[in-house]
Design a protein around this ligand. Structure first.
Ligand SMILES: [Zn+2]
Length: 79
């Protein structure tokens, strides 16, 4: 495992002051992907999700996906 992303694109991430660590394998390096939160189901949930995005952190070790609302996560290139 661990070949999901090129090393050069990996990041570490924090939410507030807390580092994000994979909840499955404790790895702290992730690939990222922005995900549109589309409007289907918006009325069902009572939220206006139109044009919102989330940021998915994809664990470089196990592929586990940790998804956050846009603007919540700070990312830093992993050296
Ligand atoms: Zn993991």
């Amino acid at each position: 495992m661990g070949n999901f992303f090129d090393e050069s694109v990996l990041v570490t991430a924090t939410v507030g002051e807390r580092p994000v660590v994979c909840s499955y394998c404790d790895n702290a390096r992730f690939g990222t992907r922005r995900i549109k939160l589309n409007t289907s189901g918006a009325e069902f949930f009572g939220f206006a999700w139109a044009n919102k995005e989330s940021l998915a952190l994809i664990c470089s070790e196990c592929g586990g996906i940790h998804e956050f609302l846009d603007g919540v996560v700070q990312t830093t290139p992993a050296s």
